[in-house]
Design a protein around this ligand. Structure first.
Ligand SMILES: [Zn+2]
Length: 123
């Protein structure tokens, strides 16, 4: 079993897993990830495969070394958004740990996408 071991304060001391951020076919950087509590369970972060629920394209992958990858529905930049989602964005409102791990190039891309959506009145 590959369960993380707590150090008494909820995190492993020295172990990290590297996440790789691929968006629209480009590697935009990498960052270290650590274990975290999810619903009172200490877990490694999962990798995410962003696919578009409209056209079916898998357009981004946030791979975490040693972790499984799960599908995440989010519209691609070519398709309309839904429920307030910005097409092509890999931003996840409810996951602060994930957002804190975003490499600078991913953050810059998100800022541009959010400003464009703001200018179009979509936010
Ligand atoms: Zn699409």
């Amino acid at each position: 079993m590959d369960e993380p071991q707590a150090d008494g304060v909820g995190r492993e001391k020295a172990e990290v897993r590297i996440s790789h951020w691929f968006v629209e076919g480009t590697h935009l950087g990498q960052s270290p990830r650590t274990v975290r509590f999810v619903h009172a369970n200490l877990q490694w972060p999962d990798g995410l495969l962003f696919y578009c629920p409209n056209c079916g394209e898998a357009w981004a992958r946030i791979a975490v070394e040693g972790s499984k990858t799960y599908a995440y529905a989010q519209p691609c930049r070519k398709c309309p958004g839904h429920y307030g989602a910005i097409p092509g964005s890999v931003w996840i409102d409810w996951d602060a740990d994930y957002r804190a791990a975003m490499p600078p190039r991913v953050l810059a891309r998100e800022l541009r996408l959010h400003l464009e959506a703001w200018d179009k009145g979509e936010l």
